[in-house]
Write a new protein. Structure first.
Ligand SMILES: [Zn+2]
Ligand SMILES: [Zn+2]
Length: 100
């Protein structure tokens, strides 16, 4: 199993991870279960240098079809540290795209 770590300068953090589908943000250093979730925390345009304004996963929400506002992410604790995953079950299909 390959251990990846965050070696992005100048703000290197101590986060390590092993999941190949996981995504670590080089701007805010939050860690996501999938690239899809990573993309969701940066709803704005990506700038030419590859950076974008990050949303705070803890406070981001989405509005369901029936008007209910639910959190976008929930934080889970992994052996390597905290990770943001989809909050609700019905978004899991997106996570599974990674396995296809
Ligand atoms: Zn970020
Ligand atoms: Zn980092």
């Amino acid at each position: 199993m390959t251990i990846q770590d965050c070696s992005i300068r100048p703000r290197r953090c101590e986060r390590k991870w092993t999941g190949v589908n996981q995504a670590h943000c080089s701007s805010c250093h939050e860690h996501f279960s999938t690239v899809k979730n990573f993309d969701l925390h940066r709803p704005g345009k990506v700038r030419a240098d590859g950076t974008a304004a990050c949303g705070k996963p803890a406070t981001m929400t989405r509005t369901k079809r029936d008007g209910t506002v639910v959190p976008l992410f929930r934080e889970v604790e992994t052996v390597n540290g905290p990770m943001w995953v989809s909050y609700v079950e019905d978004t899991r299909d997106h996570d599974k795209e990674q396995d296809a």
